[in-house]
Design a protein around this ligand. Structure first.
Ligand SMILES: NC(=O)c1ccc[n+]([C@@H]2O[C@H](COP(=O)([O-])OP(=O)(O)OC[C@H]3O[C@@H](n4cnc5c(N)ncnc54)[C@H](O)[C@@H]3O)[C@@H](O)[C@H]2O)c1
Ligand SMILES: [Zn+2]
Length: 377
């Protein structure tokens, strides 16, 4: 069990990562809030609830307190909407929610983002706790306080920053996570290592078997390091005015790939895997990493594949980079690794450089496949 303290200008809280947290939820929450609120809501998806509700409710039964009121959000990015949020808010009012209520977001990043958003606006804001159930949510989305929903015009265009009161990442819950979700989520940890934590890169190189076999010790090591990295960045730049941008390594092209394939072909982490390859190509051309470093990092990314084939043209990917909301005043911001374990943000990436990077990525997607490095249909 590891506890990582997160401290930002707006909040202080602990992220606890380890096996067996779920059956201890009620006393742990009680300790943080001093007492359990009269009305607690748990937002989850029907699939997750079917698998884990018994374990989730155990400590509430043991403490002989009223179990949380269950709110459901169906799985899928198409439900991360204002419409879902409104429905959930109305259900909360009808179930007797008030300003003293607590919301627990129990699910992947979608449940976490929507749950945090609902908590941020219900009665002008109530506290919430994250209990992330995907690898991605445990290492990334549950920490840092970005909450929100999508609009038909684009992803995450509505939202706010609201830090959770606590995060409980129970590694045991990952036992039912589909393999593809695990591998995709691991890309956020590879990202964490490349931009900020050399030792994590080495650990993920040396323990890939154990990690992919979900050995709890190995998962805990990677999850804790990834959270620590994010916590360190968010502490210094809560609202993404500078340093926090480095968390977008691999995401400029990654987001473009997701958009160009209409969010259907690739999981987020899979798009980030290829996006990191593109960024490595650009970094190599600029000389911020050596050829040997590029090879080493590419090998690491492929190690956690296989990644889906890319059935998309350079033109479409490049067109999609133009609408990246991370652009400020038309400036194309781009995160480049500097060696292994450091990164910087540059604003002068030319259209030609970006094109070269995307083309490099598409070539690698083909050759990686050709070399049997493991792309998948
Ligand atoms: N707030 C942030 O800082 C931040 C950061 C990164 C991503 N995100 C957001 O996170 C979302 C993606 O999150 P995600 O990758 O967790 O996907 P997700 O929430 O869609 O979950 C993936 C799938 O796994 C299932 N699932 C979840 N936990 C499971 C378990 N333990 N066992 C079996 N199945 C399980 C879910 O039902 C779902 O079908 C996106 O909307 C993205 O915008 C937010
Ligand atoms: Zn990401």
């Amino acid at each position: 069990m590891q506890t990582i303290h997160v401290e930002t200008p707006s909040a202080k809280y602990d992220v606890v990562a380890g096996s067996g947290l779920l059956p201890e939820l009620a006393p742990r929450i009680q300790k943080i809030l001093k007492r359990l609120p009269r009305r607690i809501f748990v937002l989850t998806s029907p699939e997750i609830w079917a698998l884990w509700s018994e374990r989730f409710l155990q400590s509430f039964h043991e403490a002989k307190v009223e179990p949380p009121v269950t709110l459901f959000l169906p799985a899928g990015e198409q439900h991360k909407t204002m419409k879902s949020a409104e429905r959930l808010l109305r259900e909360m009012v009808r179930a007797g929610g008030d300003r003293g209520s607590l919301l627990i977001a129990f699910g992947g990043g979608i449940v976490g983002d929507v749950g945090g958003f609902v908590a941020a606006v219900f009665m002008r804001g109530i506290p919430y706790v994250q209990v992330p159930t995907t690898f991605l949510a445990q290492v990334d989305s549950s920490v840092g306080g970005k909450v929100g929903v999508n609009l038909p015009e684009g992803k995450n265009l509505v939202g706010n920053f609201l830090q959770p009161r606590a995060v409980f990442a129970d590694i045991a819950v990952l036992g039912t996570l589909p393999d593809r979700e695990l591998r995709a989520g691991l890309m956020e940890s590879v990202k964490a290592g490349i931009i900020r934590d050399r030792a994590l890169v080495r650990y993920m190189e040396e323990h890939a078997d154990q990690i992919l076999k979900r050995e709890p010790k190995a998962l805990e090591r990677v999850i804790a390091a990834s959270i620590r990295m994010k916590a360190g960045v968010v502490r210094r730049d809560e609202r993404e005015s500078g340093l926090r941008m480095i968390l977008n390594f691999g995401h400029t092209v990654g987001h473009a790939l997701e958009a160009a394939t209409r969010y259907k072909a690739l999981l987020h982490g899979e798009a980030v895997a290829w996006g990191m390859i593109a960024a490595l190509g650009l970094a190599r051309r600029r000389g911020t990493i050596t050829g040997a470093q590029m090879e080493r990092l590419e090998r690491l990314i492929y190690r956690y594949g296989p990644w889906p084939k890319l059935k998309v043209s350079a033109v479409r990917v490049l067109a999609a980079t133009g609408s990246d909301k991370k652009n400020v005043g038309g400036v194309q911001r781009f995160v480049l690794p500097v060696g292994i374990g450091d990164a910087g943000v540059v604003e002068d990436v030319t259209a030609a450089e970006l094109e070269a990077a995307v083309k490099y990525m598409l070539v690698r997607a083909r050759t990686a496949e050709g070399q049997g490095l493991g792309t998948r249909d």
